[in-house]
Design a protein. Structure first.
Length: 148
């Protein structure tokens, strides 16, 4: 249980330290106001069903709209992002393992693959490529150390 707590704390600390600071004190150009599109009454009437005896409900899609959107994957960009972050984590963990074990009797292709897999799993938890690489490296090192 103690090792699990230490691993959890190490992951949290690695995640916090890997966040990039995007704030700066450089001169910022003033932003000009952009016109905002407003809904008209006709737009609102088309969007909401309005009957006197029922509360306002969203309008159901028509049969044609249902056929056009059938099978559409809304969450596809999230899967691609998780895959990219996992790849960053796997690459970072694999490089860490290769650098620390290259030329020694402890290195094996099996363990190299395990390090990359652990890093991939940890990298998916990152929120950008740097946190994915850091978390992937920490998870890969912890996985190789404690043999998950």
């Amino acid at each position: 249980m103690q090792k699990l707590k230490q691993t959890g704390i190490a992951l949290i600390v690695a995640g916090l330290l890997s966040a990039n600071a995007w704030a700066s004190e450089a001169a910022v150009e003033p932003v000009t106001a952009q016109p905002v599109a407003a809904f008209t009454d006709a737009d609102l009437n088309a969007l909401f069903e309005q009957e006197a005896d029922k509360p306002m409900q969203l309008a159901a899609l028509s049969g044609q709209e249902m056929r056009e959107t059938e099978g559409a994957i809304v969450w596809k960009p999230y899967l691609i992002g998780a895959g990219v972050r996992g790849a960053w984590g796997g690459a970072a963990s694999g490089i860490r393992y290769a650098v620390s074990h290259a030329g020694t009797p402890q290195w094996s292709i099996r363990d190299q693959g395990r390090a990359i897999g652990y890093g991939f799993a940890g990298g998916v938890a990152g929120w950008n490529r740097w946190s994915a690489a850091t978390i992937g490296t920490v998870v890969g090192a912890a996985g190789m150390r404690w043999g998950w």
